[in-house]
Design a protein around this ligand. Structure first.
Ligand SMILES: [Zn+2]
Length: 320
């Protein structure tokens, strides 16, 4: 004798309700709530007719279906209440802070620049010795700088050697439209991490230039935030510096800086900003010790959002 008899699916009212609920969940997943959080971009931030709250711990049951909230959306999922926004932001902050130290930080051993240039036959041992002496006397500075300035070594060769050292390309710097690229990342990151967005190719690939050392953490963050593949490379200093200075004086999207005393305080400040701004999409990534929240105020144009349609928030926790 069967201990448990099952009603055929669809016959029992509870079963019908379960099927309805599953369908809603499946719709929500399809619409983007279960998208991989590793790599995003604002694409796909659409809402279905009956949106399901993206907070897995949401306690509002089916009530929220009658709530007239189409925003805010955070990481592809709609949040039915301020409490649910807070819960999802808390999970995202935890995810980002847990990833600290595991990101591809650049501690791998590299052959010293001078030695590499000597091996390539690009400098003589006398030039290297004098360059190192000048560096020592000046109490620092980059060896490449002294080789170019004092020993008449070509800047092109120094950049090529740096490219070999970092196993990255040397990127050309032709026409640079700084104004058009300011929507890619906040001014603070361009300034603090010495990064220079060079151009977007085919709407898919972003060339990110650096003067003498790459920043893989920043590159990964920009990749996740924009949905563009980021190709990092070096740019000759004499071309990089004026373009970098010009870029810093261009107009960037509005940014709000917050210093939070604790992780909880950061979650609260970020959630409040999302509730206040009611973005159609928002995404959180970590850049070194900063949390970068980007909010899209309207559906983004492809491949780059329009200036004025994004709002950034950069948060640091404790003594960061
Ligand atoms: Zn909810």
């Amino acid at each position: 004798m069967p201990i448990l008899t099952r009603e055929p699916a669809g016959e029992h009212p509870a079963a019908r309700e379960a099927i309805f609920a599953n369908r809603l969940l499946a719709d929500a997943a399809f619409e983007g709530t279960s998208r991989d959080t590793g790599r995003h971009g604002p694409q796909g931030a659409r809402l279905s007719l009956l949106e399901t709250c993206a907070n897995p711990g949401c306690g509002s049951g089916w009530l929220h279906l009658w709530r007239s909230r189409s925003a805010p959306v955070f990481e592809g999922g709609w949040n039915c209440s301020a409490a649910c926004t807070g819960a999802r932001v808390a999970a995202a902050v935890r995810r980002e802070l847990d990833g600290r130290g595991r990101a591809p930080e650049s501690h791998r051993h590299r052959i010293p620049l001078g030695l590499m240039m000597l091996e390539q036959g690009w400098i003589t041992s006398a030039q290297l010795r004098k360059g190192l002496e000048a560096q020592k006397q000046a109490g620092g500075g980059r060896l490449g700088h002294w080789l170019v300035r004092q020993q008449g070594v070509s800047e092109q060769l120094v950049t090529r050697a740096l490219g070999l050292q970092w196993s990255c390309p040397v990127l050309p710097m032709e026409f640079h439209d700084a104004e058009a690229l300011t929507v890619l990342l906040p001014r603070l990151f361009v300034d603090a991490f010495g990064a220079l967005p060079l151009r977007v190719a085919a709407g898919k690939l972003l060339y990110l230039g650096f003067e003498d050392c790459l920043d893989p953490v920043l590159a990964l963050a920009v990749e996740r935030m924009t949905g563009l593949r980021v190709e990092s490379g070096l740019v000759e200093g004499s071309r990089f510096r004026p373009a970098h200075t010009r870029m810093l004086s261009a107009r960037f999207p509005p940014v709000e800086l917050i210093e939070a005393a604790s992780e909880q305080a950061a979650v609260l400040a970020l959630s409040k900003a999302i509730e206040r701004t009611r973005p159609v999409e928002a995404q959180l990534v970590r850049v070194h010790d900063c949390l970068w929240l980007r909010m899209w105020l309207r559906a983004p144009a492809e491949p780059l959002p329009e200036a004025g349609s994004v709002h950034d928030l950069i948060g640091s926790i404790g003594a960061c």
